[in-house]
Design a protein around this ligand. Structure first.
Ligand code: EPZ
Length: 416
């Protein structure tokens, strides 16, 4: 298993290119199942979750060819299988995103139920309830969900809490359902809007994406399209924190500042200097002040930025309270930061961070994608060097992060 070794103390300087958004590319790839025509996706991040989705789609019969320029051509001329097998779903729970397209295209799907993961139980009960509302008959046995429907029939679906992939799954299903589907209490994330824009280019009739009410008028068939994936707002936020904590100056290129408004606002509250322009964000460090944060669904402060923010708050002059509102177990990075000398007390869904503490390098273990990022951030400012184990978590969602950081002056290397 690869490890990363980070030596702290170097302020970051220079420019960083932000890759395409993993959480937009995954549903966009799944959407290729909705048509027999060719779909071209551009600006794909070359990260492991994308390759897992490629494997899954190929098993379903989709022709998937990646080009050298971060683009891919996908063609689901015929669906050869309707099964998303256990070994793939356990690797990547976002595999459930093939459920909606398979039901819409073929009327049946057999998907392994995703187990929990490090950050929580993460059930898909709202996805399943939504498909029932569209007329599917479902059975769960041997850890698999079997769903069948003659033809999906549009309906009103009210999510009892906001779910990003739930919204995406049901929106995709609704594009080919008979009649009108209305999603209430839908997710408003930029990745949902990006998917809707792609589906509309394929001929879907969707209104309200980006608002809590999305209306989908079913059509008989969708056609191919070409679509460019939006920049990854969480990768961008991660680099903003890295630039701030090392008291450096970084320019992010190919980013979209409007997708990060609450993160930028919060970082400015902590005294970080941030300038934005079309496609770019620059960050300059300074004395870090404590600022409390509550993670919320978009446009609130993203839960996927919570771990990175906690690392920053260890360097703030004072105490801050971080309230994790979305997942029930998303503080694993805290115990590793404690081993590096941070002062963090966990009280249920709240973490009380007291800074400023001089962190010292240590051997630490990554537990999930964003926790890995927070350990790198802490390592960049710790005294001595930090060795991060299980970086396969990181490789699922960050493209060449150590190369991007090294190009900005960080002392970081991958130990095979
Ligand atoms: C998406 O996960 C993202 N993944 C996650 O990013 C992100 O953390 C999360 O949204 C929240 O923003 C992708 O888009 C591929 P949810 P998702 O359904 O859709 C509960 C990363 O780091 N829930 O919005 O699975 C659930 O347990 C990943 O890239 C139910 O109870 O998240 C959670 O507590 C990590 N029943 C809350 O809702 C359901 O049927 C929000 O989950 C569905 C969700």
């Amino acid at each position: 298993m690869d490890k990363l070794r980070v030596t702290g103390g170097t302020p970051l300087h220079g420019s960083v290119h932000i890759s395409g958004a993993k959480n937009s590319a995954l549903p966009a790839m799944a959407a290729s199942l909705l048509t027999a025509d060719e779909v071209t996706l551009e600006n794909l991040p070359l990260v492991n979750d994308i390759f897992t989705m490629r494997r899954l789609l190929r098993e379903l019969g989709v022709k998937v060819d990646f080009e050298a320029d971060h683009s891919a051509r996908l063609r689901a001329e015929k669906i050869l299988s309707d099964e998303a097998p256990y070994d793939l779903v356990k690797t990547m729970r976002a595999s459930v995103l093939v459920l909606g397209p398979l039901l819409a295209r073929t009327g049946h799907a057999r998907v392994s139920l995703p187990g929990g993961c490090a950050i929580g139980a993460r059930p898909i009960n709202m996805h399943i309830k939504g498909f029932e509302k569209l007329g599917t008959i479902e059975r769960t046995e041997h850890g698999y969900l079997e769903a069948k429907a003659e033809r999906l029939a549009g309906s009103e679906i009210i999510f009892d809490r906001i779910t990003v992939t739930g919204t995406e799954n049901l929106m995709m299903a609704g594009t080919l359902a008979a009649g009108c589907t209305v999603l209430q209490n839908a997710a408003c994330e930029p990745e949902v809007v990006d998917l809707a824009e792609m589906l509309i280019k394929m001929g879907a009739k969707i209104e309200g994406a980006g608002t809590p009410t999305i209306t989908i008028e079913g059509v008989h068939a969708l056609k191919g399209t070409s679509h460019r994936i939006i920049p990854d707002r969480i990768e961008a936020g991660t680099f903003l924190v890295a630039g701030a904590i090392t008291n450096g100056e970084l320019e992010l290129l190919d980013a979209n500042p409007s997708h990060l408004a609450s993160v930028i606002e919060k970082l400015r509250d902590t005294g970080v200097h941030i300038e934005t322009g079309p496609g770019r964000i620059t960050v300059r460090g300074g004395d870090i002040r404590p600022a409390d944060v509550v993670t919320k669904e978009y446009p609130g402060f993203a839960t996927d930025m919570q771990a990175q923010y906690m690392a920053l708050m260890t360097q703030a002059n004072g105490t801050s309270v971080i309230h994790e509102n979305i997942f029930e177990n998303r503080f694993m990075h805290a115990s590793e930061l404690l081993r590096m000398g941070a002062d963090i007390k966990i009280d249920g869904s709240r973490a009380i961070v007291t800074g400023k503490t001089q962190l010292t390098g240590a051997n630490v273990i990554a537990s999930d994608l964003r926790a890995s990022a927070s350990l790198i951030i802490a390592g960049l400012v710790a005294d001595g060097f930090t060795v991060i184990d299980r970086v396969y978590h990181l490789d699922r969602g960050y493209e060449k992060i150590e190369e991007k950081l090294r190009a900005a002056g960080a002392q970081i290397e991958r130990l095979k």
